[in-house]
Design a protein around this ligand. Structure first.
Ligand SMILES: [Zn+2]
Length: 269
């Protein structure tokens, strides 16, 4: 089995997780910028985090020969303070030239507030000005449908942005069709106990096909499973899907989307 982990918050995981991922067939890991489990007190805290994502973390992964990539932003959970967000967004361009940076993410909405929307627009403008790909976080369950609709409206309104270079992540059964019909890619996050567990993710693949969908673990400092993607592959096999289908979902699709960035290179070429 081979797979790409397109969404994992490795700064909060231990080095053994890199080893286990590689032993399970992981060919690359991608890390969107996110909340640290606490609110950072200043733009300097984000500066240090961006150094960690673009310097220290790729070195730690590479000890096992695993390529590590990242996405940069101030995440929606800390985007209520617009002045702080403006200062953090202003820090990002100096990092965009670093070797493992794929784009802007995970941006989006958390509580669907007016300030979060303003900061989402700031990020979309940053991505458009620098021709960056975009990874979008959608809110948790009770706010997900409304938040997803708002996000799609705002992204579609910016005509500089090509939907094929945008992935809307954490889709569920009631939001995936909206995202795909609008021409975007959709990411399914495999949660350990609730929401989109492996069986439900496979249901979604069976209903909507595997054209522009990927799977991720979104593992972070909370309860999460770094090997959720290969475990979901076992569920696909159990339900009778052949190796070509499984390979397409967990390897071919993320490879196709991520290869739109010239930075995204696997170590086997
Ligand atoms: Zn995430």
């Amino acid at each position: 089995m081979r797979y790409i982990e397109p969404h994992a918050h490795m700064v909060s995981r231990i080095t053994d997780d890199y080893r286990d991922m590689l032993a399970s067939g992981c060919a690359a890991v991608c890390e969107p910028a996110f909340w640290a489990g606490f609110d950072r007190s200043s733009p300097q805290g984000f500066y240090d985090y961006f150094c960690q994502l673009t310097d220290y973390e790729p070195k730690r992964a590479w000890k096992f020969g695993l390529p590590h990539f990242c996405w940069l932003c101030i995440n929606p959970k800390e985007a209520e303070d617009v002045k702080l967000a403006e200062e953090v967004v202003a820090l990002i361009p100096q990092f965009l030239g670093r070797a493992n940076v794929l784009g802007i993410g995970e941006i989006g909405l958390n509580k669907n507030s007016r300030n979060e929307l303003r900061v989402l627009e700031l990020h979309l403008d940053l991505a458009a000005r620098h021709n960056q790909m975009i990874l979008v976080h959608t809110p948790h369950l009770e706010d997900k449908l409304k938040g997803t609709k708002l996000i799609l409206e705002v992204v579609k309104a910016d005509k500089r942005i090509n939907p094929e270079r945008v992935i809307i992540d954490h889709v569920e059964g009631h939001t995936v069709k909206l995202v795909l019909d609008a021409g975007f890619w959709a990411g399914m996050t495999l949660y350990p106990e609730t929401k989109c567990m492996a069986a439900r993710a496979v249901d979604i693949l069976e209903c909507y096909g595997a054209e522009r969908l990927w799977l991720n673990s979104a593992c972070d400092w909370g309860q999460s499973v770094p090997l959720a993607v290969p475990y979901a592959a076992l569920e696909m096999r159990r339900r009778g899907h052949g190796p070509e289908f499984v390979d397409r979902v967990i390897y071919g699709n993320p490879l196709r989307f991520l290869s739109q960035s010239p930075r995204f290179k696997l170590s086997d070429g």
